[in-house]
Structure formats: structure tokens, C-alpha cells
Design a protein around this ligand. Structure first.
Ligand SMILES: Cc1cc2nc3c(=O)[nH]c(=O)nc-3n(C[C@H](O)[C@H](O)[C@H](O)COP(=O)(O)O)c2cc1C
Length: 332
């Protein structure tokens, strides 16, 4: 099969993060980065086959472009999951071949699949048969003692031969024995050059660089040679970095923080009427004022006091107004 790079803009992506990038989080991040490609948390094929689709897949139109990330290693099960998800209109389906957690390994999916490129290729082929949107892969540069040069090349070449042309590359190995998932995101060394060598060798593919990117300057500096960057923890902890990146990459004027808060207040008013607890929304917004006066107050209010709010939207509006007033007083 030959590859034609699709024309989709992946210069700026926000990583899938279990427990973090749920629909409320994504709606919030979207306010800061109108053009970013957002990812769902990983959903396992089995959950999709047996579970409540509204709960697992529900999202707001504003979150698009949105990528559904799946976990699994059985081609027929993944194909079924993709077919179940099809009516929800995701823009892309991504297979998780990078997650190192024990639970995921025991189900034989995630990063351990890097040792089984033929199986990953079969999974992707089966998924492609069920959808017209791109099927892509997120992986590491290797696992354990796999050679990060030949092993990664073989993995990517095999999976690409199934028709996958987009690889989101967390540019460090996963060490599957002995490290916790959290340690596996910090201890194995980052190797951006390895990602760039892959991007150069396979200029017909899109390689998106991920891992350890924290600021807009750093992301822009490291992006060269790759089709884009994917930001995870920094997007969650210091979300305004997305607005700074969107300015550098897309020429977007960064939104004022209080305008983001107002959009979220309206969203909270709507969502809480459907039974969503306010805290499920505000817990993702704690970093909005990071580095600004009022940051501490904002974090404490949204983190600890949201449960006591009587009018959800007003709670966010008033907290934001207080932070802005604090900043204005400091600036005067
Ligand atoms: C809390 C958390 C949950 C994560 N869950 C997933 C996941 O579901 N699927 C996945 O492919 N990667 C997952 N990751 C890894 C991220 O997508 C990303 O590859 C990693 O954090 C490195 O990028 P960063 O340094 O920009 O955070 C998770 C990371 C974190 C911090």
C-alpha cells in the first residue's frame, strides 16, 4: 500500500490522559486552543462493546476536531468497537500502543504491543475496514531492551504497511518491568532526535512529537522535522500554554483568562442542569490562572469550594472577577 499524507493539520495536539481529558476538560481546553486536535481518554474495545455509549463517547460539538483513542489487541474486537463508535462522528481513531500500566499489559495492549508489530498492523487493518476516518497509532520509541533504532523502524514500517500514515510518538521508551506508569513518563530518557530521524527516514508519514514539552517556545523549537507536537501534562497543569502555542502556530490572539472563565461558566450552567456536578467541571480548570496573581485563590476556590456553590455559573464568574480585580490592583 502506498501512503498519501492526509492534509489534516496536526501541528498542535493535546495528549490523551486517562482521568484527565474527559469531555469537560476538553471543552475547557478548546476555549484556549480553537485549532488543536484533542484526544479522548483511552477507551478499551471491550468497554465500547459492552458499555454505555453515551457515557463513554458523549461530547460537545465544540470539542471537534476530536480523536477517539482505543485500547485493545484483538482485531475483531477493535473492529467492533470502531463500528459502535462510528455514529458519534469522531475525526480520527487512534490505537494506544504507548501506555505502560499493569492493567493494560495484562489485557495485552498498550506499550507491550510494540513487540508485536504484525498484530498491531492487523488491528489497524481491521479498524480501517470499519471507518472512513484516519486510523492512527500512538506509541513510544521502544520498550525495555528493544533497539530504539531497528526496533522502532521495524514497528513503524510494519504498521505503515497496513496503511497507517500518522504516528504520535512519545519520545522515550517504556520500561515495562519495575516502573509505575507515572515513572514511565519521567524516568526513561527523552530522545527527540530519534523521533526526527524517523520523520526524516519516512518522509511519507506524519510523525507527531510528544513527551516533556512544557512551554510554547520549547514546543516550537522542537517541532522541526515533525508534523506537529502533542502536549500532555503541561496542557493540563498550565493550560494557558495552549493559548501561547496557538498564537505562535496559528496566529490566534490569546483569549483573556476571564473570557475563558465566562465561557466555562455558561457551560457549567448548562451541564449542571443535566446532573453533572460542578466539581467535575471545575477540577480541570485549576491551572487557568497559573503564574498570575490570584492563582492560589482560584485554585482553592475551584478545587475545594465548588461543591458548596449554589449557582454554578456565578461561582465561576465571581471567582474569576475577583482574580482579575486582584491582578488589576497589583498592576496599579
Ligand atoms: C494522567 C495521565 C494519563 C494518561 N493516559 C493516557 C492514555 O489514556 N493514553 C495514552 O496514549 N497516553 C496516556 N498518557 C500519556 C500521555 O498521552 C503523554 O504521552 C505523556 O504524558 C507524555 O506527554 P507530556 O510529557 O506532554 O505529558 C497519560 C498521561 C498522564 C499524565
Amino acid at each position: 500500500m502506498t501512503h498519501q499524507q492526509d492534509m489534516i493539520d496536526r501541528r498542535m495536539c493535546v495528549a490523551p490522559m486517562m482521568g484527565w481529558t474527559d469531555r469537560h476538560c476538553r471543552y475547557f481546553l478548546r476555549q484556549l486552543a480553537p485549532d488543536a486536535r484533542l484526544f479522548t481518554e483511552m477507551v478499551t474495545a471491550e468497554a465500547l462493546i459492552h458499555g454505555d455509549l453515551d457515557r463513554l463517547l458523549g461530547y460537545s460539538a465544540a470539542e471537534s476536531p476530536l480523536v477517539l483513542q482505543l485500547g485493545g489487541s484483538q482485531p475483531d474486537r477493535l473492529a467492533r468497537a470502531v463500528a459502535r463508535a462510528a455514529p458519534w462522528g469522531f475525526d480520527e481513531i487512534n490505537l494506544n500502543v504507548g501506555c505502560p500500566s499493569d492493567r493494560v499489559q495484562s489485557g495485552k495492549f498498550g506499550a507491550c504491543l510494540m513487540a508485536e508489530p504484525e498484530l498491531v498492523a492487523a488491528c489497524c487493518r481491521a479498524m480501517m475496514d470499519e471507518t472512513d476516518v484516519p486510523v492512527t497509532v500512538k506509541c513510544r520509541i521502544g520498550i525495555d531492551d528493544m533497539d530504539a533504532e531497528t526496533g522502532l523502524d521495524r514497528f513503524v514500517d510494519t504498521v505503515a504497511s497496513a496503511g497507517v500514515s500518522v504516528f504520535y510518538l512519545h519520545a522515550r521508551k517504556a520500561w515495562l518491568n519495575g516502573l509505575s506508569p507515572k515513572e514511565n513518563r519521567t524516568i526513561p530518557p527523552l530522545d527527540y532526535d530519534r523521533a526526527r530521524r524517523l520523520a526524516t527516514r519516512r518522509g511519507d508519514l506524519s510523525v507527531i512529537l510528544n513527551g516533556g514539552l512544557e512551554t510554547a517556545d520549547q514546543a516550537i523549537a522542537e517541532m522541526y522535522g515533525c508534523a506537529g507536537v502533542m502536549i500532555g501534562r503541561a496542557a493540563y497543569r498550565t493550560p494557558y500554554v495552549l493559548a501561547e502555542m496557538a498564537q505562535r502556530i496559528f496566529g490566534r490572539v490569546p483569549p483573556r483568562r476571564d473570557h475563558v472563565a465566562l465561557a466555562m461558566a455558561d457551560y457549567a450552567d448548562t451541564m449542571t442542569k443535566t446532573g453533572v456536578p460542578l466539581h467535575s467541571i471545575t477540577r480541570h480548570m485549576l491551572g487557568l490562572y497559573a503564574g498570575q496573581s490570584g492563582a492560589k485563590y482560584w485554585r482553592r476556590q475551584l478545587g475545594e469550594n465548588a461543591r458548596m456553590a449554589t449557582v454554578p455559573g456565578d461561582f465561576i464568574r465571581e471567582t474569576s472577577a475577583f482574580c482579575e480585580a486582584l491582578a488589576a490592583r497589583r498592576a496599579a
